[in-house]
Design a protein around this ligand. Structure first.
Ligand code: ACM
Ligand code: ZN
Length: 527
């Protein structure tokens, strides 16, 4: 009797499919019956002659210890991966656990991948080689088609290996866009073959400010470290990252920030600036008055050369061209810029920025691409097809959606994960300031109430942004990212009425154990 009770206790499954993000519908069979996965033994079958499904089966091996077998037919007690789920959402999936074993059916290959991630998270903490899963049907689909995370690799270079790890982490959380901030005043990190000095010289700064800026670039009173910061991505490395992300259904959206945040490039090509320089790769942070000259025809040539190669490396439909924090003070005092303004009959300098972006939009359209810019691109009037990334709150996104432009919501208040995550400054590494606790990320609603239902459809999704002025290492980056990315994943996947912060926190314990198992650093405290 005792033995029988113990046996049944041992055989009881802890699996309850309570993952982050939480699936839309979880129906666990009342009979208590279970299917099993035996590590190293259970087969995973998948649609034949489909490279993506083959790769999905390899992920199943990595995540669950099952053995890939190419097959058209489902076998008994296997994990079956298949497409064909009827849904307009390509990322939708259904997991069925029954007497035939476990079936993941996706609306497309990406849906199968997300189903695998959910299954992986469901069984991650099971011990031993035999995993028991209660019979169940799980249905899920993400609310938003754009589910992003941004990593700034310009302020601090992050090794390619970590960029891939970052992609693994965001894939675990169901993201499908990796926004890669590659260039800024403090470093140019993308190799451009036609302009070899750009990355070679523009990626190097001999030292970096310690602590926060003292006054505005107060060079005399600031204290600098004595540590060069350098490193850039070769085109081969960037292609490797693109391919690595694509296997995980993640599109890499590169950002070449222009016409501001360009001092690293100006340091190599000073003739592209209004004053002619000299310029140096900035060892401090902030909004720099030196930007690309809007009146010099060489500026557009430079942009075309850079973006031409960027388009060859990155197949993404969207190319991010920045547009944020670009002061116009140099343009106001530059003969070339003023002549251009007069020639085009422009009312102000903001329209000079729009003139550049309209040219860039045309260039990208010729390469079958579309432009994304930060919300400042609204100021001189949007180019026809621009997608707006709203960061200074929600208003830019609201205005753009009302003008029927596509929008990605990344407001500082909910999405800037370079901000502190705990009230007590002393409990976390030195940072840029601000306060963005986990609960505040979780509370984000990407579609503002001000928008009509029709206008709301222009909100493609949401994204968290990790700027790295004060984030100096991969471990530090993960600490800032996790667990706030987990909260963002429920914003990106779940319907607002299904979200519940207390229940999310209950599920977070399992996710934290998973982070430890995978070697991901995270902030253990949260508010
Ligand atoms: C930004 O944070 N400057 C887009
Ligand atoms: Zn100028």
């Amino acid at each position: 009797m005792l033995a029988a009770t113990l046996m049944s206790v041992c055989a009881m499954s802890e699996v309850n499919y309570q993952t982050i993000p939480l699936a839309k519908q979880i129906n666990i069979d009342a009979t208590g019956k279970q299917a099993t996965i035996v590590k190293g033994t259970t087969a995973v079958t998948y649609t034949a002659n489909n490279a993506q499904m083959k790769r999905n089966a390899e992920f199943a091996k990595e995540f669950l210890g099952v053995q890939p077998i190419e097959s058209r037919k489902a076998m008994k007690e296997t994990l079956n991966l298949t497409t064909g789920l009827q849904s307009e959402n390509p990322d939708a999936y259904r997991i069925t656990v029954d007497k035939k074993g476990i079936t993941i059916q996706g609306a497309s290959e990406s849906g199968v991948f997300y189903g695998l991630q959910t299954l992986r998270k469901s069984v991650m903490l099971e011990k031993g080689d035999t995993i028991r899963l209660p019979y169940a049907t799980i249905e899920d689909e993400p609310r938003f088609l754009y589910r992003g995370a941004m990593l700034d690799c310009a302020r601090h270079y992050m090794p390619t290996e970590f960029v891939k790890k970052f992609i693994d982490i965001i894939a675990l959380h169901g993201a499908n866009k990796f926004h890669w901030h590659l260039t800024d005043d403090q470093g140019w990190r993308a190799e451009i073959k036609a302009l070899p000095d750009l990355a070679k010289k523009g990626s190097y700064r001999p030292y970096t400010i310690m602590g926060r800026n003292v006054g505005l670039w107060d060079m005399e009173n600031a204290i600098y470290d004595d540590t060069p910061e350098e490193g850039y991505y070769t085109q081969e490395e960037m292609q490797e990252v693109v391919a690595y992300a694509a296997e995980r259904y993640i599109t890499v959206i590169p950002e070449i920030d222009l016409p501001g945040h360009m001092v690293a490039a100006l340091s190599v090509y000073p003739e592209l600036g209004c004053t002619g320089g000299p310029y140096f790769v900035r060892p401090y942070w902030g909004v720099d008055p030196d930007v690309l000259c809007a009146g010099n025809p060489k500026t557009l040539e430079f942009i075309h050369t850079v973006l031409g190669e960027i388009c060859q490396i990155f197949p993404s439909k969207y190319i991010h061209v920045g547009g944020d924090e670009s002061p116009r003070v140099r343009w106001e005092h530059c003969d070339k810029c003023q002549a251009k303004k007069k020639e085009l009959g422009l009312a102000n300098e903001a329209q000079l920025q729009t003139y550049i972006l309209k040219d860039v939009e045309k260039f990208l359209a010729n390469h079958n691409r579309e432009l994304i810019g930060w919300d400042e691109i609204l100021e001189g009037g949007l180019s026809d097809n621009a997608t707006v990334m709203s960061w200074r709150g929600y208003n830019g996104g609201i205005e753009a959606a009302k003008q029927h432009h596509k929008v990605i919501m990344t407001p500082t208040d909910n999405c800037y994960i370079d901000y502190y995550q705990l009230k007590d400054i002393n409990r976390q590494p030195y940072g840029i300031g601000g306060y963005l606790p986990l609960s505040k990320v979780y509370s984000m609603e990407p579609i503002p109430a001000e928008l009509s239902e029709e206008e709301g459809k222009y909100i493609l999704g949401a994204q968290c942004n990790l700027w790295t002025e004060y984030v100096v290492s991969p471990d530090h980056a993960m600490f800032m990212l996790l667990p706030r990315l987990a909260a963002m994943s429920e914003v990106q996947w779940m319907q607002p009425e299904a979200k519940n912060y207390e229940k999310f926190c209950e599920r977070l314990g399992g996710m934290q154990q998973m982070y430890r198992k995978l070697g991901y650093k995270y902030c253990a405290a949260y508010e």
